[in-house]
Write a protein that binds this ligand. Structure first.
Ligand code: ADP
Length: 604
């Protein structure tokens, strides 16, 4: 941007005019003084000239009249006086007197007008050779020549001083105008820079010398500032973009509000938690936000935040849990400050704790379930063992065998439960399972064998179908045995009495190069909503609807064992009241352990 400015009326200009006036007065005073002095000298010289003239006339008159009669003397002196007056206009009269002071002759009558214009009178004695005074000559001077000289001197001086003054004034004005104009341009340029208009350039083609250098230095500085500013803006934009992308991609919801409570930034997670579009709440008061149930979830807490002194809230941000759109949200409100520590507003971080709240509830349910589940078999065991111990002899052999069968069942159940709990901690602690190439059909048969008694209690049959030739595959026999056991135990638990449980083994259509085992019952089935969660740890449908007890660990262990430790896949297909099919796939080919572990980290 080029910058050209005009000279305008300022206090500085008024000062220059005042300076000029003072200098004018001074020059006039000096010229008056100088003229006065010159005139004084002039009149002094004129007086001297008069004295000299008087003496000269006195000498001449003595020389002309010596040895002459009184009558001749008078005529000679008269003629002489008239001839002097005619040749010298400065002399207004000449009067000759004798020693007694009587007028011998005078021009005052003949040249009356001239005599009246007399300005100076002077007299000179007339003396003979012996030095005796024979009379006096009086001369009148009209100072016309002196006046003319004085006038001319005065006029010349006046013209000279006026010219000097005019030249001086013009020089001063031009100089001042030029300097002031350049200073004014410079001043406007500095004002533009201080107003943030970096890059402002001053035109300096008319300037010269130091001013030119000053302008060049100014333009250089302005250009540099412009470059710095652009770099700064780039950096600031970069920082802002970084900051925004962090906020936009952060895993928690973030709402930034200004000091007036208006939302200025809402990231996508916050949009999701609050079920709003950011454009709908930006520039509106966040305290007035209402969720889908019409509750102003943050109003009270924002009020509390605003009532708390900043120095306290700065050190300990306000934390609270709030239900928003049927989710449990942990919210943290922290104040924002500028570099100069001015309050700018606040940031609300929204952390979705719904899952954690659910897990907390599941954990407490788990503890109550486990204690209940442990108490039941232990009570049964105690009463049966007690009976056998104290009254065993009173029972027949078949009855004793039946008692021992029940004891055996309860111990299996207890064992399963304890195993579940042990497995859970083992699986959670990332213990590696050793996998050995083996025949999964054998593991299946053996597990079913162990569960036969449990099934018979309910009159449930197993129908095992081997759909394909099952290849050998690497797996951990003990843990996969427990996977099968968990699925079959659940099937027995939820199947109707005297029904059949179908167990199928074959090559999987769901997962390439893998073996699939499914367990289907004709039981109560599971709704879609629950299907999504039954593999989560501690999750139990019974806590909501069913009455059958359990720990909520079984299916979680199945999933972790198959997916995390064998890189396989578990699935469920079910409809309420229409039975359920649980299944899992195991890869046939050994898998690189490292790869398996990496995948496992992601699965859990
Ligand atoms: P639990 O030890 O409580 O049975 P699981 O993890 O094995 O825990 O099962 C989780 C939930 O899945 C159970 O509470 C149950 O409601 C449901 N479930 C599991 N298997 C079946 C099935 N075959 N039929 C119906 N519901 C089942």
């Amino acid at each position: 941007m080029k910058f050209k400015l005009n000279f305008d009326d300022t206090a500085q200009n008024r000062l220059i005019i005042a300076g000029l006036l003072v200098s004018t007065v001074l020059i006039i005073a000096v010229s008056i003084f100088a003229i006065g002095k010159i005139q004084e000298k002039l009149y002094e010289s004129y007086a001297n000239f008069g004295q000299l003239l008087g003496k000269t006339i006195a000498i001449q008159s003595y020389e002309l009249t010596k040895d002459k009669t009184e009558a001749q003397k008078k005529n000679i002196l008269k003629t002489h006086a008239v001839s002097i007056l005619q040749s010298n206009s400065d002399i207004s009269f000449i009067t000759f007197k004798d020693t007694k002071g009587n007028i011998i002759t005078s021009t005052t009558e003949t040249y009356k007008d001239r005599a009246e214009g007399t300005k100076t009178n002077l007299s000179a004695p007339i003396s003979n050779k012996k030095g005796e005074i024979t009379g006096t000559v009086e001369i009148g001077l009209n100072a016309s020549m002196a006046s003319a000289i004085a006038k001319t001197t005065k006029n010349s001086m006046f013209i000279v001083f006026t010219l000097v003054w005019a030249v001086f004034t013009i020089v001063i004005l031009i100089n001042t105008f030029l300097i002031t104009r350049e200073l004014s341009i410079l001043h406007q340029g500095v004002k533009a820079i201080s107003g943030g208009k970096f890059g402002t350039l001053l035109e300096h083609k008319d300037a010269s010398g130091e001013i030119k250098e000053l302008f060049a230095a100014f333009n250089d500085m302005s250009s540099r500032l412009h470059v710095y500013e652009e770099q700064n803006i780039e950096e600031l934009t970069l920082e802002r973009n970084k900051f925004e992308s962090v906020l936009m991609n952060i895993a928690n919801g973030v709402v930034v509000c200004d000091s007036e409570d208006n939302a200025v930034l809402v990231n996508p997670i916050a949009e999701h938690i609050l079920s709003v579009k950011s454009t709908d709440i930006i520039d509106t008061s966040f305290a007035n936000y209402v969720d889908v149930e019409g509750r102003a979830c943050f109003k009270d807490e924002i009020e509390t935040f605003k009532k708390t002194p900043l120095e306290i809230i700065e050190k300990k941000p306000l934390e609270f849990h709030v239900d928003v759109n049927q989710r449990v949200i942990k919210s943290v409100i922290s104040p924002m400050f500028s570099k100069a520590h001015d309050y700018l507003g606040y940031i609300i971080v929204l952390i979705d704790m719904t899952k954690e709240a659910e897990v907390d509830k599941l954990k407490s349910d788990f503890i109550s379930n486990v204690s209940h589940e442990l108490r039941t078999p232990v009570t049964i065991l105690r009463s049966y063992i007690d009976t056998l111990y104290n009254f065993g002899a009173e029972f027949k052999f078949e009855e004793q065998t039946e008692f021992i069968g029940v004891i055996n069942q309860e111990i299996i159940r207890l064992n399963n439960m304890v195993n579940d709990i042990l497995d859970f901690s083992k699986l959670e602690s990332n213990t590696r399972y050793e996998k050995v190439e083996g025949d999964i059909m054998q593991t299946l048969e053996a597990t079913l064998g162990n569960l036969k008694v449990l099934a018979e209690e309910k009159g449930v049959n197993f129908k095992v179908e081997k759909e394909d030739e099952i290849p050998m595959l690497p797996y951990n026999e003990e843990s996969i045995g427990r996977v099968i056991s968990n699925l079959v135990t659940n099937a027995i638990k939820y199947a109707p009495n005297n029904s059949t449980i179908d167990i199928k083994a074959g090559l999987s259509a769901k997962m390439a190069d893998s073996v699939e085992i499914t367990v289907s019952d004709k039981g109560i089935g599971i709704s879609k909503e629950h299907q999504a969660k039954i593999f989560d740890r501690f999750y139990r449908v019974e806590n909501d609807t069913h009455t059958i007890k359990g720990t909520g660990l079984g299916l979680h262990l199945v999933k972790v064992t198959v997916e995390k430790h064998h890189n396989g896949k578990v699935f469920v297909e079910s409809e309420p009241n229409n039975g359920s099919t649980f299944g899992f796939c195991l890869p046939i080919h050994p898998i690189n352990t490292e790869e398996l572990e990496n995948t496992a980290q992601e699965t859990v």
